[in-house]
Design a protein. Structure first.
Length: 101
């Protein structure tokens, strides 16, 4: 027996909104991990991550469809996003999950 309805809604996200979200991440939200992400031990070689159109699309998809990130998505849509929202978004783009924090 079903307990509800599943609805898929499409959103048109402007490049400016994505740019704003990444700016929040790079200016303050991700400062606690981004410089350390490549400062691993000498024996460890970090896997390089690229921020691209494809990874940004993945980050938006994960942000919008993963229940754990629903509040960040709601904040983004209502333009109430902040450094934490930017941080979560950047991690989703680069790692496909929140790895730090």
């Amino acid at each position: 027996m079903s307990t509800g309805f599943e609805v898929t809604v499409k959103h048109q996200i402007s490049h400016q909104r994505v740019s704003d979200l990444l700016c929040s991440a790079f200016e303050s939200g991700s400062n606690y991990w981004i410089s350390d992400a490549y400062a691993l031990g000498e024996d460890e070689i970090p896997k390089k991550r690229k921020l691209s159109y494809a990874t940004i699309k993945r980050g938006l998809r994960l942000l919008s469809t993963t229940p754990a990130y629903a509040q960040h998505w709601a904040d983004f849509l209502s333009e109430n996003d902040d450094a934490t929202t930017g941080d979560v978004f950047l991690q989703l783009c680069l790692y496909g999950e929140v790895v730090y924090g």
